[in-house]
Design a protein around this ligand. Structure first.
Ligand SMILES: *Cc1c(COP(=O)(O)O)cnc(C)c1O
Length: 360
């Protein structure tokens, strides 16, 4: 029996069609700006998200770092969520490499940063304080989709107070698909109020490597310098850019399948005694487990061929390489490990604030 790997949507392998597109990719030296496939990808993702320019980078961490370093200078600060990747999961890079300090804020239960709290955190112009320069949001955040009118209002507040705005949209296309309608239009709509947006090709889109930062030509020119400095200048990167292009073309709309499987998993887990499951909005399912079932559960599931993550909560992520049969096996394995067969309908709990500390 193959393992059902629900640790992250980063675990996907390139499909045969994607590998073929990568093998056929036209390449050049991208440090000279000569790689035609990288250039096409950058033009395409910039146009898709309604921005002037884009930069292809090896990882989402680097994309966010370049964004923060391009918006802020030494001694500046960015406002960010306590649970945001750009605060807690990037090795403190903005502070270490950029000399830019984070000002973390608590999230509301829906994942947003309350606007009153954002406004209150903007420092006055005073030599005691770091200069508040940037608002960083994340969408999806813990699998939750931030409302469009919230994004508009947050960016309007930032602009009014002289701050730039950056969106960590590692899973932006999951948010776009969850909103319904044309996914590309929704992606552009989500990106619209932000000065810069980072998107990952290596999460739900299923490419092996790569992210892009999009924004104005001027901002991307600054980011390009920082990319070189941090060692992100790649040479015949068209090979991996081709995987990202293939993903953009073929793997956006199918994210709806991942969301459907996440709901199936949540409903199944909610029937397991001791499980309290947050109703998933996209491809991430969080579950609280009470009682003796909780101890060693991740290890026991691993022995049963189901991989999950989580410290305070269990986390399962659906993706391109898991199907309905895999989800049903995961539910059965959890039920077996916990020791009770799935019982009759227990409701899936409504989404709640998640304290989960889990990787990517
Ligand atoms: C995965 C992820 C990133 C970037 O991760 P890399 O592993 O560096 O590509 C950034 N933000 C969020 C929200 C993520 O989930």
């Amino acid at each position: 029996m193959p393992v059902v790997d629900l640790r992250s949507d980063t675990v996907t392998r390139p499909t045969p069609a994607m590998r073929e597109a990568m093998a056929r990719a036209e390449v050049g030296d991208d440090v000279f700006g000569d790689d035609p496939t990288v250039n096409v990808l950058q033009e395409r993702i910039a146009a898709l998200l309604g921005k002037e320019a884009a930069l292809f980078v090896p990882s989402g961490t680097q994309s966010n770092l370049l964004a923060i370093m391009s918006h802020c200078a030494r001694g500046d600060e960015y406002i960010v969520g306590q649970r945001a990747h750009t605060y807690g999961w990037e090795g403190g890079g903005a502070a270490v490499l950029g000399s830019v300090q984070p000002q973390p804020l608590e999230h509301a239960p829906d994942g947003s940063l309350p606007l009153e709290a954002v406004e209150a955190a903007i420092k006055p112009d005073d030599a005691h304080f770091a200069r508040t320069r940037l608002l960083c949001l994340e969408n999806t955040i813990g699998g939750k989709v931030l409302p469009l009118d919230y994004l508009d209002a947050a960016c309007a507040l930032a602009r009014r107070r002289g701050l730039a705005s950056h969106l960590d949209g590692a899973r932006l296309f999951n948010a776009a698909v969850a909103l319904g309608g044309d996914a590309r239009e929704q992606a552009r709509r989500i990106a619209a109020p932000f000065d810069s947006v980072s998107v990952c090709f290596s999460k739900g889109l299923g490419a092996p490597v790569g992210s892009a930062l999009v924004g104005s030509r001027e901002l991307i020119a600054r980011a390009h310098r920082w990319r070189k400095m941090v060692g992100g200048g790649m040479r015949q990167a068209g090979v991996i850019a081709a995987g990202a292009l293939h993903a953009l073309e073929h793997h956006v709309d199918r994210l709806a399948d991942d969301h459907r499987l996440a709901r199936r998993l949540a409903e199944g887990l909610a029937r397991v005694p001791g499980f309290r499951v947050d109703a998933p909005q996209t491809n991430i399912v969080f579950a609280d487990v009470q009682g003796p079932a909780a101890a060693g559960l991740i290890e026991q599931l691993k022995a049963a061929g189901v991989l999950a993550t989580g410290l305070y909560k269990l986390r399962f992520v659906t993706h391109l390489d898991v199907d309905e049969a895999g989800i049903d096996r995961a539910i059965a394995a959890v039920a077996a490990v916990v020791g009770g067969a799935p019982a009759a309908a227990a409701p899936v709990a409504s989404p709640a604030a998640s304290s989960a500390r889990v990787p990517d």
